[in-house]
Design a protein around this ligand. Structure first.
Ligand code: CA
Length: 249
């Protein structure tokens, strides 16, 4: 019996936003290898930009060169460890880069199976286009101080958004010798749209607004443009990155 082949399509857009002098977000993907990545870097001077691009490059290098016979989820964890080491060793070579780090959200697909991985507060969502309407679901859980307080019931969502500690993330690549991503295993359906994004998008737009923008049925490039434009319109306080992946019929 022939194996069903599932096709994926992708588009991405990153934007400096309206307030920041530079863009420390990075994205990368290979549709052929089923690898999609968004990173949001942090650190002084140009360090954040370096951390996020080193992470994307190293993850892509490891995952596009992987042994196809090995389980993808295990290869992904290996890639995360390699990206973490690559940032640490780059930081060691320059004092200016000390303490740089980055978030990571990744989607890996293999036929109908998908894995979402995250470290930090960049998010992964899935829009499922089922009748009667579309439904947006946040798959990842932020590794941030305030989100962890919300999950423990110690803070409500409105307090979290106002908190002076809202920028503190509790897990990042490049800041410790060892980092463990959360891994979510999923099954894809034709029509599903996955969104990987930095917090510059999700702090400006509510989930219900993202859901309605993604449900419009436009080409992925156009949807990315609309998401970034809406985040800029809402203030554009941070760098904004949107990467969309659609499961084709
Ligand atoms: Ca950010």
């Amino acid at each position: 019996m022939a194996t069903a082949v599932v096709h994926y399509a992708a588009a991405a857009l990153t934007d400096r936003g309206r307030k920041r002098p530079s863009n420390e977000d990075a994205f990368g993907y290979s549709v052929e290898h089923g690898v999609f990545l968004v990173c949001d870097g942090m650190g002084g001077a140009a360090a954040g930009e370096i951390a996020s691009s080193v992470a994307v490059d190293e993850m892509l290098r490891v995952l596009t060169g992987r042994d196809p016979g090995k389980p993808l989820a295990a290869e992904a964890e290996k890639a995360v460890a390699a990206a973490n080491q690559a940032i640490l060793s780059r930081a060691k070579r320059s004092n200016k880069l000390t303490g740089m780090g980055t978030t990571l959200v990744a989607l890996l697909v293999e036929e109908r199976r998908a894995w979402m991985l995250n470290v930090g507060d960049s998010r992964g969502y899935r829009l499922r286009n089922s009748r009667p309407g579309s439904h947006l679901e946040q798959i990842t859980l932020d590794h941030s101080l305030v989100e962890e307080q919300v999950r423990m019931g110690r803070m409500d969502r409105a307090e979290a958004l106002r908190s002076p500690l809202r920028n503190v993330i509790t897990r990042a690549l490049g800041t410790q010798g060892c980092v463990t991503p959360d891994v979510f295993e999923l099954e894809t359906e034709p029509g599903d749209i996955f969104l990987l994004c930095s917090d510059g998008l999700t702090r400006e737009l509510s989930d219900s607004l993202i859901e309605s923008l993604l449900s419009a049925g436009a080409p992925l490039e156009e949807l990315c443009t609309r998401l970034v434009a809406a985040a800029n319109q809402a203030g554009g306080h941070d760098n904004i990155t949107s990467l969309l992946v659609r499961v084709e019929a």
